[in-house]
Design a protein around this ligand. Sequence first.
Ligand code: SF4
Ligand code: SF4
Length: 355
Amino acid sequence: MSESAEKQSSDPAPAAAKPKLALYWAASCGGCEIAVLDIEEKILDVAANFDIVFWPVAMDFKTKDVEAMEDGEITLCLFNGAIRNDDNEYMAKLLRRKAKVLVAFGSCACEGCIPALSNATSKKETFDWVYHKSPSTDNAEGVEPQIKTKVNGFDLELPKFWETVRSLDQIVDVDYYVPGCPPQAHQIWAVLETVIDILKNGKPLPPKGTVLGAGQKTVCDECPRTREEKKIKKFFRPHEIIPDPDKCLLDQGILCMGPATRDGCDARCPSVCMPCRGCYGLPPNSRDQGAKMISALASVIDSEDPEEVDKILDGIVDPIGSFYRFSLAKATLGRKLTQRPETPQAQPQLEEVAK
Ligand code: SF4
Ligand code: SF4
């Protein structure tokens, strides 16, 4: 055997190309990215089964690496974060083009989550607070971020900050949803394991639009507390009473979003005496999480006297933040109207502002 033939025969066979995985973080706190690491040593199985081609929070990839890929080259993209500026929009559209399967990963991408609470106010009010009035702001010259700034003769550019925060599927077509703030580690692994099984064993993909890594009922259905659907005379904030450890928190007057929230987290919060805040989002067959909760509350208020009902409901501090903490981008309410068109012709301008 010639020397080169001998060398060739001892070279390892080229490894079969692995499916490509991308993870991206838009408008969010980053907790979803950390939650991926919460799957602990199973992250090694992810690395063994996927070629991770984009994950800016963990590895040094650049946007131009993604731009250089063929369309559809990424097998699976887990996209977390809402869309609140031009850069988020650009990355959502880019990753949609490059990924065969795009997953809205976590509550911000699914329903807007905490960033979308700013839809209850305006960009101006947000900037006023952040850059002028907040106690932690030191900004004597009243500087606000500009899209273009000249620094030492160079043009610096920042993405345009939108008036309205959007969920991922309000910007691009989404294949699947993984809810949670953040998704629980065991559910993230269940989703990744399902995808690995599909890729390895050629199983069919679930129907488009399926919510993965969650259940088909409500948090109440997996909550260990006993619910008797008692009538309420007064609402309490969690620090105002010491609740019975075994009884339903809502029965005890603590606003718990369990009846209006999809299950799948093992009822993490009520299990440790904290009310569910609603992070797994809308339960199946519902269109509006806040409306579902309001309807659940209607049956537990212990009064038929409108004045007394008002008084009881006044005990709910911050109704929008309570009922829509995670889902305002998708709420039927839409957003606070910040500008009224003076004439019908002014409408296109308003839509531009609302972006
Ligand atoms: S309302 Fe909250 S505490 Fe009560 S059963 Fe449902 S999830 Fe559990
Ligand atoms: S109990 Fe509610 S807020 Fe807590 S993790 Fe589960 S869905 Fe999220």
